[in-house]
Design a protein around this ligand. Structure first.
Ligand SMILES: NC(=O)c1ccc[n+]([C@@H]2O[C@H](COP(=O)([O-])OP(=O)(O)OC[C@H]3O[C@@H](n4cnc5c(N)ncnc54)[C@H](OP(=O)(O)O)[C@@H]3O)[C@@H](O)[C@H]2O)c1
Length: 289
């Protein structure tokens, strides 16, 4: 497969201050892309900015983005519209994992709000800029955890049961995102914008909550088997830099699309999750026509 040149390409990386996002931003900066780190913590973003500049000689830009607030997402997208004439690659990398239930500013279950609903609104608001690129890519940094779950539309916000250890909420949020990604791909058919999800592997990062014994143990064991963020980043970079002939709506693992379970591809279920998600972020189908 051939590589497309990245020099001058505008790439937005959410959560680009840490873990997989930081290393992805580093590789793309080294390839001379114009990288924008969209981060919720200005101090961490500025450390990442200096770190990437020191290692690549390219200084990425920083944009404030809190995915746990729809108002903040709108403000951030508006900031990009002011700054950029187009976007070539949007990497929805930021994500969270939480052992106990909490809510976002908009009253969404925090994991769903941060991992799926915030990124959905951000993506939708950036579509006009993505449509202005010659060939734009939307990349969701997903997780294999999605394959073991599906959103429960009768209790999407998990008010009845949050499950144990936070895994259910995380898996459901990634499943919802994978399903919405398929729905979005069908709406973008015939355009120059593709959307795909990618499992980056099991990676030793800050995402595992250190205050819970079970996840501290997982984090400790990770030193034996997990990838480093620098080893995982190429799997995300692959989707940004490789000529993929309009491949869209796929879920990648190890640089190739993989089949998803029926629960995540069933057309009725996909459309139901899409419709509910759009309603929650205040959008309708007209936004995608
Ligand atoms: N690690 C793995 O094994 C693994 C496996 C599969 C998929 N993934 C996915 O990979 C992605 C990156 O995670 P990581 O493992 O690299 O963990 P990480 O180092 O903790 O990075 C997560 C990033 O998301 C940001 N973030 C969290 N909540 C946010 C919010 N409300 N608004 C904006 N940004 C927010 C974090 O910002 P702060 O630094 O301010 O917290 C951080 O920059 C996630 O989507 C994760 O689900 C990870």
């Amino acid at each position: 497969m051939s590589e497309r040149p990245m020099n001058g390409k505008v790439v937005v990386v959410t959560g680009g201050n840490s873990g997989i996002g930081l290393e992805t931003a580093r590789v793309l900066s080294a390839l001379d892309a114009r990288v924008i780190l969209a981060c919720r913590n200005a101090e961490k973003a500025s450390v990442a900015q200096a770190d990437i500049e020191a290692s690549t000689g390219h200084r990425p830009e920083v944009l404030a983005l809190d995915l746990a607030s729809l108002d903040a997402v709108r403000a951030s997208a508006a900031g990009l519209v002011e700054r950029c004439s187009h976007i070539d690659v949007l990497i929805n990398n930021a994500g969270t994992f939480a052992t106990s239930r909490a809510e976002t500013a908009d009253g969404f279950e925090r994991t769903l709000g941060t991992n799926h609903l915030g990124p959905l609104l951000f993506t939708a608001l950036l579509l006009p800029l993505l449509r202005k690129a010659d060939q734009a890519r939307i990349i969701h940094v997903s997780s294999e955890a999605a394959l073991h779950s599906q959103p429960d539309l009768s209790d999407l916000q998990m008010t009845r049961s949050y499950g144990r250890f936070g895994f259910d909420a995380y898996a459901r949020s990634k499943a919802a995102q994978a399903m919405a990604s398929r729905a979005l791909a069908s709406r973008l058919e015939g355009s120059a914008v593709t959307v795909n999800a990618v499992h980056p592997g099991h990676v030793a990062t800050n995402i595992w909550p250190r205050h819970a014994l079970v996840w501290r143990a997982v984090a400790a064991m990770q030193s034996w088997f997990a990838l480093t963020p620098a080893q995982a980043a190429p799997r995300v970079v692959f989707l940004a830099t490789t000529e993929l002939d309009g491949v869209s709506g796929e879920f990648f693992k190890d640089d190739a699309p993989m089949p998803l379970p029926h629960e995540l591809t069933d057309e009725n279920a996909v459309q139901a999750v899409w419709a509910r998600s759009l309603g929650l972020v205040g959008l309708d189908e007209t936004h995608f026509t």
